[in-house]
Write a protein that binds this ligand. Sequence first.
Ligand SMILES: Cc1cc2nc3c(=O)[nH]c(=O)nc-3n(C[C@H](O)[C@H](O)[C@H](O)COP(=O)(O)OP(=O)(O)OC[C@H]3O[C@@H](n4cnc5c(N)ncnc54)[C@H](O)[C@@H]3O)c2cc1C
Length: 407
Amino acid sequence: MRNYNIIVIGGGLLGCSTAYQLAKKGAKNILLIDRKEIASQSSARAACLLTRARTKPGLMEMVQETYDCIDEIEEMLGESLGLQCCGSITIASSQASMKGVEAIEQAVTSFSLPNERIDNEKVSALLPWIDTSAIEAALYMPTDCFIDSALLCSGYANAAKKLGVEIRSNIGVKDIICKDKVVKGVLLANGDTINAPIIINAAGAWANILMRSLEVGLPFTPVRSHFWITDIDKDKFPVNHPFTIIPDARAFTRSDVGALMIGLRESECLSFDPSTLTDDLEDYDFEKDAKWRVLDECAPLLKGYFPQIDDIGIAHYVSGPSCYVPDTSYIIGEIESYSGLYTISGCCGGGVAVGGGMGRLMAEIVLGEKTFVDSQPYNPSRFGKIDPFAPAFQRSCADARSNKKGG
Ligand SMILES: Cc1cc2nc3c(=O)[nH]c(=O)nc-3n(C[C@H](O)[C@H](O)[C@H](O)COP(=O)(O)OP(=O)(O)OC[C@H]3O[C@@H](n4cnc5c(N)ncnc54)[C@H](O)[C@@H]3O)c2cc1C
């Protein structure tokens, strides 16, 4: 049996960035543990957008932290994480989305991020596939990027390891051990116990399962996110052309080595009871028929911008769980009823872009430092007592994604 100062459960983007940020701040004797390979679950299925423009307070600072981490880690490891700096274009066609563009414009300008309105001629030059006739306004942000999310996750893990974090994969945590409401350690699936006074639950879509025996409900549920990748056509979809956010079509698009990645949000998103999830997402059926059903529902909205959507070949469909919270804010902080128990969860589909900042905030809270953004919006107890296994609560989480329009 070994003693650690801190155990982080979960080797996805949120656990790995937390371990990295803790170690960077000088915390010692940290164990990061995952029952599968590091970076193998939700963090290997993302669309990988690093969208900078955010209108909620503190979020642009958190995304900037991710970009800063990428620079630091590349320097520390002496290797590239493959950041693709393609820029982004947010497109508006209705009054509501025009207002959205104005709000984004104001936010990014006050954050000194380069941005410019571009005319339809420039939109066509940057996006050869698009029909511009419905476009009323287009906001170009040249410094937006995307990145392979599994590579980024492994980057956090390798940098954490270099700073002294011990990483164990392919060994699961069965239970979090507490006595008199104080954290003592974890019980592993093989029957071993490991002691630590601080446990951080970063177990992604499974985080609530680990909390169940402690009667703690984290206010999120896994909700299906998905995207489609077309056949390759390098003339129409030049490599690394800007990604787009099209709120009026509830869509985003991204270049994917000469093909087009298309993300769509159906009007009623699908939530999953976490207790039904398999340990490995490969073994879970996210209702694969959604590939065509959801495309049929959403394609008419995108058709005004991408008329070929009905005829283009679809080469791949990728789906997975994003952890949505009813207010679409993350869950980062200490669990009120237990001393030493923390969580970083409820990614709301933003763990790639915001993960570096989320990990920094988690590390600052754990180490009792002044936080670089206000931590209150992420307080795990802000909804009071909730039951994450109740269908009505799960529906409210799915609705949070159904109404999402950003990237
Ligand atoms: C289709 C799709 C598209 C997306 N697109 C984007 C995007 O463009 N931009 C963006 O910012 N975000 C995007 N996301 C969201 C992003 O992928 C997530 O926010 C991120 O991966 C969450 O990381 P995580 O660490 O919480 O979860 P995970 O990567 O799932 O990690 C959790 C880990 O915990 C481990 N674990 C669970 N239970 C235990 C246990 N009992 N013991 C030990 N280990 C355990 C699991 O094995 C897993 O490795 C997308 C998500 C999906 C599904």
